[in-house]
Write a protein that binds this ligand. Structure first.
Ligand SMILES: [Zn+2]
Length: 323
């Protein structure tokens, strides 16, 4: 207990000396690092500030749907608010941000389109009227600048619940549109997943799957038909009309299914060699799902290579006009 009191007492003395010194000489310039962060899962937008000389590390959680531009701007705004709340203002503050778009927007003479820009400009003027100049610098992110790394970590850590400090910011028009699009996409996907087809089930988000397409329109159409199993192959014709012959048109006794034309039909074996070689080399299972780009666990780079080889196969075999 005695030690604690002594420590407190000396801390008090130090504080007194410090205050005295402050009154004799102007406080030094203050350096601040700010950062913003947006994570998609779970969706959380955060901002943070780090002021080494004040030993100040703070972070905030923003309204859901806030973009990275907003998060970066709020980092700068919170830095200015923190300084403005000090008893004794410094002659100059130096803010370091890794957001060139935020700095560009702040230096633009055009009317602000984002409410946070107006708040920042207002606070910059208030600080200037009180004798504090503000300089904002751009620094590259993730390049080993300690202050930036600390601010980055603070913002990232704030992304993990629970959050202590909240900013209930109003979303900009762009953020509202993006947020609506996102929830519309999620509900559309949930509805589509009622369909049991593998080409729908494998989708994690709506929109184009780039490796599902080919430069050649006929090949793209053929790939689409093979994927959804509604095609011109005899197996499908037989499903529509029970009198139609389902066997391979090239003389095999087998059913002319997607698997048969892509993997089993002996007539196309020579054209299939490049595909077989690639699949063996990459230890991939040669089946219609993998061939048609329906296995989401395969990397996009490999999916594009498979798609190119399959497109070439469909072209050489003439299947792009048959299937
Ligand atoms: Zn055949």
């Amino acid at each position: 207990m005695l030690i604690t009191r002594l420590v407190l007492s000396s801390a008090f003395v130090l504080l007194q000396i410090s205050k005295k010194r402050r009154s004799l000489s102007p406080p030094p310039d203050i350096i601040i690092f700010t950062d913003g962060s947006v994570k998609s899962s779970p969706p959380r937008s955060t901002c943070a500030i780090f002021i080494p000389v004040l030993n100040c590390s703070k972070s905030w959680l923003l309204s859901q749907g806030s973009g990275i531009f907003t998060a970066e701007l709020y980092g700068i705004l919170k830095a200015l608010e923190t300084i403005y709340a000090l008893d004794q203002l410094p002659p100059c503050i130096h803010i370091f941000s890794d957001s060139s778009s935020a700095i560009k927007a702040l230096s633009s003479p055009k009317s602000p389109t984002h409410s946070c820009i107006s708040e920042i400009k207002n606070l910059l003027n208030c600080l200037l009227s009180s004798g504090t100049k503000t300089v904002i610098y751009w620094i590259p992110s993730h390049s080993g600048i300690t202050g930036n790394e600390i601010a980055d970590n603070l913002a990232s850590d704030e992304s993990d619940p629970p959050s202590r400090s909240l900013i209930e910011n109003t979303l900009s028009t762009g953020e509202l549109i993006s947020s609506s699009k996102h929830s519309w996409g999620k509900s559309l996907l949930a509805h589509l997943h009622n369909c049991k087809k593998p080409c729908v089930q494998m989708r994690a988000k709506p929109g184009l799957i780039l490796w599902h397409h080919s430069k050649d329109r006929a090949t793209s159409t053929c790939l689409h038909r093979l994927r959804n199993d509604h095609n011109h192959l005899n197996a499908f014709s037989h499903r529509i009309d029970q009198d139609a012959d389902p066997s391979c048109r090239l003389g095999c006794p087998a059913i002319e299914s997607t698997k048969h034309v892509l993997i089993d039909c002996p007539t196309h074996h020579a054209h299939r060699l490049n595909l077989i070689r690639f699949f063996n080399l990459n230890c991939l299972p040669l089946n219609p799902q993998t061939l048609l780009g329906l296995d989401p666990s395969i990397s996009p780079k490999t999916q594009f290579k498979i798609n190119n080889l399959l497109s070439s196969y469909l072209s050489k075999t003439g299947l792009r006009f048959i299937a």
